[in-house]
Design a protein around this ligand. Structure first.
Ligand SMILES: Nc1ncnc2c1ncn2[C@@H]1O[C@H](COP(=O)(O)OP(=O)(O)OP(=O)(O)O)[C@@H](O)[C@H]1O
Ligand SMILES: [Mg+2]
Length: 401
């Protein structure tokens, strides 16, 4: 019953994100709540923002070198601008069950195309306490540490991955590596997959069958599955539920679907099911499947994709429902999804890019006033392109500190 215990624990959530020279983002300082909608035109920098969170999770989970490699190297990740910044930096504030703290690093690109960790900092303290445990690394040297037993830093690796062996840093590592950024792909979700032991949905949803199946093993998981089926029924007419199907040692999902004249629902393999149905299932599994440890942030790219406008109501309800147990971030272009009095203006983060320079922030005064005074719904402002971020502080000079 360990699962049940963990599922009730407070989640790990990211309360503030500061970025420097990360892709199109010269500088951002964004506070995040339990439910956040990122809105803005195509190419504005929404996915870039989420990519920074994913980079942290991946570089701790695998290695910084791998995480940069799959992105094409530091040169692709650091902001391209006339100032030619050679470094980028990510700093996060977080909160978890009984603790809070900060973690961040700065990566410098080398002329040869390589990179090194120029700075890394971690601080974690019991919630509300002043004294923290932590460390700081500058150019490969451990310049401060409250704990003994930290290994010597390697300029190409993040020390937190090693420091996670120490009990104080473990929950920070678990929380950050547990951050998921989903960009569901119905093609990947349809493909029969080798059994996957993961409890969390992969980015493209390819292991959805395995995750669903494992949920059936605990009482809490079965409850969550019932919740998924119930939202799925509301979102996709005629669909009753989803389950794993195993064939030739590979697993895929199948859907129970009403068929006219048939007394019981028929079963349809993922290959025969619509894109919207698969995506709806992916979003719901991403939101509700409990990971092994404490819940961490889940970010979902455009959860409304391929869904009929009438599915927006239950989709919003599912996002909000899930945000009661874990932090949920969604990028969205859906005015239908945002046409709701339920959305607090404080839950919106507007993203804009002008001249290759992304600004991310809470709504400007006029947008906030319009919504607070209930003169319009957020969806209406999205349609007329009036969800605009507050003006940011002036862009810092070319490089990070
Ligand atoms: N290293 C970089 N330096 C500067 N700009 C970059 C860098 N990498 C990506 N970009 C810019 O970021 C843009 C993509 O931004 P992003 O994918 O975040 O947009 P988005 O807001 O998610 O848009 P959509 O709604 O279409 O998904 C690219 O078009 C490119 O101009
Ligand atoms: Mg995007």
């Amino acid at each position: 019953m360990q699962d049940d215990h963990f599922s009730h624990a407070a989640p790990f959530s990211i309360t503030r994100v500061r970025l420097r020279q990360y892709r199109s983002i010269a500088a951002a300082d964004v506070e995040l709540g339990d439910l956040v909608f990122l809105v803005g035109p195509n190419g504005a920098g929404k996915s870039n923002f989420l990519d920074a969170l994913r980079l942290v999770a991946e570089s701790l989970g695998t290695s910084l070198a791998d995480a940069l490699d799959v992105r094409g190297g530091v040169a692709e990740v650091r902001r391209r601008s006339t100032g030619h910044p050679s470094r980028f930096a990510v700093a996060l504030e977080f909160r978890g069950p009984g603790f809070e703290g900060e973690y961040g690093f700065q990566v410098a690109g080398a002329r040869s195309g390589g990179f090194r960790v120029a700075r890394e900092e971690c601080a974690v303290r019991p919630a509300g306490a002043a004294a923290a445990s932590g460390f700081r690394v500058d150019d490969g040297l451990l310049t401060s540490a409250t704990e003994r037993g930290l290994p010597a830093p390697d300029p190409r690796r993040l020390l937190l991955a090693e420091a996670a062996r120490l009990k104080v840093f473990r929950p920070v590592y678990e929380g950050l590596t547990g951050v998921g950024v989903l960009n569901l792909d119905p093609g990947a979700m349809r493909r029969p997959a080798a059994p996957d032991p993961g409890r969390s949905l992969r980015r493209d949803g390819a292991n959805v069958a395995g995750v669903l199946h494992r949920m059936g093993r605990t009482a809490r998981g079965r409850e969550d599955r019932a919740r998924i089926d119930s939202y799925l029924r509301e979102m996709v007419p005629g669909v009753q539920g989803a389950a794993r199907r195993v064939q030739g040692g590979r697993e895929t999902v199948e859907f129970a679907q009403d068929v006219p004249g048939a007394k019981n629902p028929w079963r349809f393999a993922a290959q025969s099911v619509s894109d919207g149905t698969l995506r709806a299932l992916g979003v719901l599994v991403g939101l509700f499947a409990a990971p092994g440890e404490a819940y961490s942030t889940v970010a979902i790219e455009e959860p409304e994709t391929a869904l009929h406008p009438t599915a927006s109501g239950p989709l919003l309800a599912a996002l909000r429902d899930a945000s009661a147990r874990r932090q949920v971030i969604a990028t969205s272009h859906s005015a239908d999804l945002l046409d709701s009095e339920d959305i607090d203006p404080a839950e919106l983060r507007a993203v804009r890019c002008t001249e290759g320079h992304t600004v991310i922030g809470g709504l400007d005064e006029s947008g906030t006033y319009t919504l607070r005074a209930q003169l319009a719904l957020p969806g209406q402002l999205l349609r007329t392109d009036q969800l605009v971020p507050r003006p940011a502080a002036p862009e810092p000079r070319s490089d990070v500190r």
